[in-house]
Design a protein around this ligand. Sequence first.
Ligand SMILES: [Zn+2]
Length: 228
Amino acid sequence: MKKTVLLIIPLLFLFIGCEDEQEKDCGGVEGGNNICGCTDSTATNYDSTATFNVGCEYDIEPPSSIYRYPLDEYSVIQEFGNINYEFNQKYHSAEDSDGSAGTPVYAVAGGEISYSGTMGGYGWLITIDHPGADVYSLYGHLSTEQPKVTLGEVQMGDVIAYIADDDEDGSGGGYPDWGPHLHFSIRQGSRYDYPDSGDSRWMAGYTYVHPTEIGWLDPTDFIEGHSQ
Ligand SMILES: [Zn+2]
């Protein structure tokens, strides 16, 4: 008898936990058409019909040193460290990847959301701190209207947001020939290690000094060095 009770109690918590999770991620979308499930094909409960990622389960947690690209089709259209003449000849501290509006954006590794909100010039911006590798990842030009993760922990491969269309990417019509894309950065430390203003600010997209001098890393090099 005692054994049965001990088994039932944790199971009850498990069910309650699952329901809460679903309401938080999917219930809040007005008239949403999301099919909630696990969208990470490496998870044991992968659901190929799911459009919004919740509750992935793994046989073994992905190690914190393993990273993936933030898009299924990552295609760089502006390099890291590129000198951009449209931005006062400043250096690009990220890579821009081509991607159509509505493309899902994934957490590149497990970590903690350290910012998720609007930010001038970016539309919606998300940063994730990855204490395991002592870096943070940054994702700009995300959709303000589609679902996005706003706080808490994420696993590698969780959908955190979707690429913005031209009207909501923060450009205010100022980047007429760019089209929807993801601005993606990796930087040493936590985003809380950096100031809110100045060349070293935590959300900088362009910098006066070469970005490697102030902790920004080449995203492709970093991910290639931390893939399986
Ligand atoms: Zn960019």
